[in-house]
Design a protein around this ligand. Structure first.
Ligand SMILES: [Ca+2]
Length: 604
């Protein structure tokens, strides 16, 4: 029992187990504590005051408010164990470091990043088994998804002994409304928080809070995120390369300004050419037909398209009366519908036979993006991020005006929403390690964007041997966005859990130097019926040894490759070559982007 705690108890003003403190309340508590010190005539040396060995979870909110002037409110409480989660200390707090036009906000508006940090119980709170209490000495911060806007659970990390953090990225509500001010001017401050300020706040404060609670610094810091979380992971490696020692970035939304309009393409094409949106049943029938057509091309008939880039089929084969249409039954296609499916797969065209962006891979579930209505991500982005008009209706886009929309998205949002700078040299210099994965049947983010980015990194950073020394890409055949395999159900799972094989592979790489995907350290994935397969580090190719079960990992090897046959150079990767304008290496906000004085990556 330390002196600080004794004094609090002696004063009769012991802080209750759960405390919610505002700045005003903080001042009151400090005054009371000061009074207690004076009243008890105990002179506490500053060296002793600085020690937090005996600081409990109940004290944490007050200690944070005292330590960080930009924290405007905080609550800390020990959350009891449940049937699924162990007990931990949870601190919820709000950070406001910027305000008004200087921060990119409307006059009178301040930054409002809500964050949560979960901490395994310290020794002072009865925790045990870790390096300090129940803590394993590491941080595992979590990424967000979609438009973010909520503060999620952190029990994945805390159950595994990690400090874990998350944020709402600076706005409330899982929609795009935050991107506009009430007068429909752009809320660049909110967008910058969402894009890259909040993830740095998450890192900075989780580290500071761990230090306050345990009186120890974290030994290792990790990031674990999918989708927007994969975008954030890459953003950290590019913009704050010293923030993390290890990053697991799943299905990364790194080319946000391109794939957001890209995913709306299928809807635009159908409305213009068919006058309607095809049914989910028809889309599913085509997906199943494509899997049947391409399954065996990889040499293993297992219900999985190992590499959908090999699946170069023409939907005309599914037109009613054609031999391959029989399996589609009543869902067989008209000739016009076949043209539309081909356009969805090819992606939006640009001038001179090039492509603005990649399309959906054959074998992918199509109705999330091409259905009616498509997911809100694609329909809210044009009005709130691009056209500054909440009444803008995506249904009014034609194939001709769609191209203007796409180009405007690149011009306006590339600087803030493109986390695809291929220069990762500072992250490498820091000693960071990053694993990126992408499901090859991702219905929300086209996986070829990740192939393309990885090849850009290879080209920029001296080739495969150097890049693989710190950054590895694992494509997951048949897997949908962030996991699941609705159509290719035999596909081995992409498990990104806090204790799963991918995250553990990252930890082993960072802490033991064991690089994932080598013959001695394969990444093994398990499917829904217990079957196993190695997942190969790109561009290595999965190779069946010729005998034994095709769902036992030891019957496969990853055949090393120096060059991906589909991507001999980054510029040619993959066919069809997208327009170079979408791959501009350095952020180029253009005249439509955020004001010049907001372009500093870290305005603080
Ligand atoms: Ca196959």
């Amino acid at each position: 029992m330390g002196k600080l705690r004794s004094v609090r108890e002696a004063s009769g003003k012991g802080i209750p187990e759960m405390v919610t403190l505002t700045n005003h309340a903080r001042k009151r508590v400090l005054i009371e504590l000061l009074g207690a010190f004076i009243g008890s005539s105990v002179l506490i040396p500053s060296a002793v005051m600085a020690k937090n060995h005996n600081l409990t979870c109940a004290d944490l909110a007050g200690a944070l408010l005292k330590d960080k002037k930009d924290v405007v409110s905080a609550t800390s409480v020990i959350v009891p164990a449940t049937a699924t989660d162990g007990t931990y200390c949870r601190i919820d707090f709000t950070v406001s470091e910027l305000s008004g036009p200087m921060g990119g906000y409307a006059p009178g508006v301040a930054q409002n990043v809500m964050a949560r940090v979960g901490l395994p119980l310290s020794a002072a709170d009865g925790g045990s088994g870790g390096t300090q209490g129940a803590w394993n000495g590491r941080i595992q911060n979590l990424g967000q998804g979609g438009f973010a806007g909520t503060v999620g659970s952190v029990t994945g990390p805390t159950n595994a002994g990690y400090v874990g953090a998350t944020t709402n990225t600076g706005h409330v509500g899982s929609n795009a409304f935050f991107a506009l001010n009430p007068d429909n001017t752009q809320n660049w401050g909110g967008i910058l928080d969402y894009s890259f300020r909040a993830m740095h706040i998450e890192t900075e404060y989780s580290e500071a809070i761990a230090k306050i609670y345990y009186d120890e610094k974290p030994e290792y810091k990790y990031w674990n995120g999918c989708s927007l979380g994969g975008f954030q992971g890459h953003g950290i490696a590019q913009k704050w390369p010293k923030d993390m020692d290890g990053i697991l970035a799943i299905a990364p939304a790194i080319q946000y300004d391109s794939f957001f309009p890209g995913e709306l393409w299928g809807n635009v094409v159908q409305r213009q050419e068919l006058g309607t949106i095809m049914t989910p049943a028809k889309m599913a029938a085509v997906t199943r037909g494509a899997i049947a057509a391409c399954d065996a091309l990889d040499g293993i008939t297992d219900g999985i398209i190992q590499d959908p880039r090999v699946c170069n089929i023409d939907a005309a084969r599914f037109v009613c009366g054609q031999p391959d249409a029989a399996s589609l039954g009543t869902q067989c296609l008209t000739a016009k519908e076949a043209v539309v499916f081909n356009k969805i797969q090819q992606g939006p065209p640009g001038p001179n036979g090039q492509r603005r962006w990649f399309g959906a891979e054959w074998g992918t579930e199509l109705s999330a993006s091409a259905g009616d209505p498509p997911v809100g991500l694609w329909t809210q982005y044009p009005p709130y991020f691009i056209f500054n008009d909440p009444l803008f209706d995506y249904k009014t886009l034609t194939e001709a005006t769609y191209d203007d929309y796409f180009v405007k998205s690149n011009e306006k949002m590339r600087y803030v929403m493109g986390h695809d700078n291929p220069d990762l040299s500072q992250f490498q210099k820091h000693g960071g390690k990053m694993i990126v994965t992408h499901g090859l049947a991702d219905q929300l983010i086209q996986p070829r964007g990740t192939y393309s980015y990885y090849n850009k990194v290879l080209e920029t950073m001296g080739g495969l041997d150097n890049v693989r020394s710190f950054y590895r890409f694992f494509p997951y055949p048949g897997i949908a966005h962030c996991g699941g395999a609705p159509f290719q159900s035999n596909a081995p799972a992409m498990n990104s859990s806090s204790t799963g094989p991918l995250f553990q592979a990252l930890v082993n790489w960072v802490e033991k130097g064991i690089a994932p995907g080598e013959s001695s350290s394969p990444v093994i994935a398990t499917n829904s019926t217990g079957g196993t397969r190695p997942v190969c580090a790109y561009p290595d190719i999965l190779s069946y040894n010729g005998s034994g079960s095709i769902f036992v990992a030891s019957n496969f090897t990853c055949k090393p490759q120096q060059v991906d046959a589909f991507c001999p150079t980054a510029g040619a990767c993959p066919y069809p070559k997208p327009l170079d304008s979408t791959f501009t290496v350095l952020p180029n906000p253009g005249k439509l982007g955020p004001p010049k004085d907001l372009r500093d990556l870290n305005p603080r």
